[in-house]
Write a protein that binds this ligand. Structure first.
Ligand code: FAD
Ligand code: NAD
Length: 402
């Protein structure tokens, strides 16, 4: 069989979109396509804070891969990638191995704890669908346990979130809606259950628009969250975070770290040259020194030539990488010219729970409150539409017509 084989690793935003585009651009005679993913489902990483807080039905967040990508056209392998041996053009999986002619690495992010003592052992991460289900169950268990053990320490009801970037803040936005419901369900006074965010920088959402940051902060505080800014987390213990210069202990029953992300550790294990855990790719999204390896999404630093800084790792960017990557693989197969990636920034919108939000859209216009929350849902639903058309939108979409 001389048909070239394209292997896509990871069925997240970048991997799913690349596979869809390759299916469109290439006939089965031109290339065999293989998609490898840990699970038989794709999940929406951008909705994980809702899974962790328990404010969304988990089945709305995941989509069976074969419902979107036909197994008749794409070979689907559900297995874990362990290492890529580029010299031999082989990907080692937990249970087998697969040779490739062209490789797309889109394995997403891992949480970065920056070596903070105790963080790996004692904190939860908003990192995968499975971990977020565990956070949801853990929070509810704390409430049920407290109710059954009146002697229990009230701090077991506290939820501590380390890092006030977008993930931490969106998670707090869900918690301020979820926790009052849990208090009612378990008949616990609302003021006993604290929701605390700890951010090292002088302000949450560092370097984001100050008006929008103020808006977010007030919205969350008005609904009962405590926000500690300019407070560095020094250590994480079984009991909570040790913070600030005075090494103060903040106790909690649920500890979640959202202090930063880095590229998938498979990159390092496979010998790619890393900058802060990711590969700085060429303008055509190939790994430097490789003719046939593309790296996309949260595994890649894609440089903005205007300011010589990398673009932030977002789903928006990952989906755009996918289109350039699929076109460039087609170009390689047809001896064509590869294109350079250009990012089209459509803005940044964050949810602050179901009915509140804030952000900017492509023309720089600021959005607040219900308008921003609605815009966030439009962005979420647009992705579903691009991925699976009207059928998927109706099945899993956030805006319900009926
Ligand atoms: P992912 O979408 O994370 O996909 C990686 C895939 O690889 C997963 O399916 C995973 O299971 C699989 N995988 C991982 N390791 C292995 C392995 N070893 N073997 C096999 N499979 C593996 N960005 C935005 O633009 N807008 C937002 O509103 C937004 N909100 C966010 C909210 C949260 C809570 C978080 C955490 C992030 C948010 N982001 C947002 C960032 C965005 O989610 C990421 O930039 C995006 O998911 C990156 O896409 P990806 O394809 O690189 O990785
Ligand atoms: P992040 O790196 O953006 O934020 C981490 C935060 O943790 C920072 O504010 C940092 O100052 C803080 N921090 C780090 N060390 C600390 C310490 N020791 N003590 C206290 N605070 C500490 O990470 P993230 O929020 O996970 O976001 C990751 C990426 O995903 C970003 O590119 C973000 O833009 C994107 N994202 C986007 C959205 C959205 O568009 N709505 C939502 C979530 C995530």
């Amino acid at each position: 069989n001389t048909t070239p084989r394209i292997v896509v690793l990871g069925a997240g935003y970048a991997g799913m979109m690349t596979t869809k585009k390759l299916m469109k651009y290439l006939s089965p005679e031109e290339a065999e396509i293989v998609l490898v993913n840990k699970h038989n489902y794709h999940y929406q990483t951008t909705w994980l804070h809702e899974v962790a807080a328990g404010t969304i039905n988990q089945n709305q967040v995941r989509i069976m891969i074969r419902d979107i990508i036909s197994p008749n056209r794409v070979r689907l392998i559900y297995d874990t990638v362990e290492e890529i041996v580029t010299d031999e053009k082989i990907v080692k999986l937990e249970n087998s191995e697969i040779p490739y002619d062209y490789l797309v690495i889109s394995l997403g992010f891992e949480t970065n704890t920056f070596g903070i003592k105790g963080m790996d052992e004692h904190a939860f991460f908003i990192e995968s669908f499975d971990q977020c289900q565990l956070i949801r169950e853990h929070i509810e268990y704390q409430f049920a346990n407290y109710k059954n053990h009146p002697e229990a320490d009230e701090s077991s009801l506290t939820i501590l979130v380390g890092g006030g970037g977008f993930t931490g803040i969106e998670f707090i936005g869900e918690l301020v809606e979820r926790i009052p419901n849990l208090c009612r369900k378990y008949d616990i006074e609302r003021k006993k259950a604290k929701i605390i965010n700890v951010e090292a920088a002088p302000s949450i959402l560092p370097s984001f628009d100050p008006d929008l940051v103020q808006y977010a902060k007030k919205s969350l505080q008005d609904r009962g969250a405590e926000i500690m800014e300019g407070t560095r987390i020094q250590e994480c213990t079984e009991e909570g975070f040790i913070v600030g210069d005075n090494n103060e202990l903040i106790k909690a029953g649920t500890i979640v770290w959202t202090g930063g992300v880095t590229g998938n550790s498979v990159l390092g294990k496979s010998g790619f040259e890393l900058t802060k855990g990711k590969v700085t790719v060429n303008g055509d999204l190939r790994a430097p020194g490789y003719e046939n390896v593309f790296i996309l999404g949260d595994c890649a630093w894609v440089m903005n030539k205007e300011d010589n800084r990398p673009y932030p790792p977002t789903a928006q960017a990952a989906m755009q990488h996918a289109i350039t990557c699929a076109k460039n693989i087609r170009a390689l197969l047809h001896n064509g010219t590869l294109e350079e990636f250009t990012f089209h920034d459509k803005g940044t919108v964050a949810s602050l729970g179901v009915t509140d939000g804030m952000g900017t859209v492509f023309n720089g216009k600021k959005l607040y409150g219900k308008t921003a929350a609605a815009m966030k849902k439009v962005v979420d639903d647009r992705y579903l539409f691009l991925l699976g058309g009207p059928h998927l939108l109706l099945k899993k979409g956030k805006i319900r017509p009926f």
